[in-house]
Design a binder for this molecule. Sequence first.
Ligand code: ADP
Length: 246
Amino acid sequence: MSTLLEVSGVSVSFDGFKAINNLSFRIGPAEMRAIIGPNGAGKTTFMDIITGKTKPDEGRVVWGEKSVSLLKMNEAQIARAGVGRKFQRPTVFEDQSVFDNLLMALKNERSPWQVLTFKPKFKDLGKVEELASEIGLSDELHRKSGELSHGQKQWLEIGMLLAQEPRLLLVDEPAAGMTLAEREHTTDILVEAAKTRAVVVVEHDMEFVRRLNCKVTVLHEGSVLAEGSLDHVTQNQDVIDVYLGR
Ligand code: ADP
């Protein structure tokens, strides 16, 4: 199986405390992966290492067919190489329409006024419509983003990330604060996205993880405690002990 991202033997300490301890991880180019683990397990720090926000003290992080090291790149270069990250809080431009938010993302513009002075091409309009359909917001294209529900804002932000055509999408707790119907729709969006790119979802909600129907990596004390199907890892005695705090 081919590999998009390979992390080997990575460790990071903060003031002598090992937040990530000899962690290894690999993901293929069209694979969905859920990362679970108790608070403080190192999930956020691990995402920070992949995106270049935190540089490990040791280990390797290798990317793509040419096996380039992400450790030599800064955050902007890693993003340009194809790593997109969605944080928990949506950061859409509330005063702009869904359409303009997607258009801005497509053009990689950083401020709403830039989109006003920019003349979209016909193919851009088609691409915006395609993205809106992927995230289920085709009927909301001309609504102000500030009027969207919490779930819709999250989908819009996923759409804005997809507009940049990442090869790896990192998503932090996408289902937090969502209704059941919204969670189901979020699953559909991510599953569809993972058909053509790698998607890593950090999530606490086990029902949500179950619906993703993917391999699960359990982190604990900065290392991989277990890996496999959700049923496999939840039957693992070490995982049970960690979750029950034994
Ligand atoms: P998770 O996302 O799984 O809750 P984190 O990656 O946020 O875990 O944190 C892992 C451990 O590293 C925690 O014990 C946390 O307190 C510690 N940690 C994370 N970032 C820093 C930092 N910048 N300085 C000191 N300690 C940190």
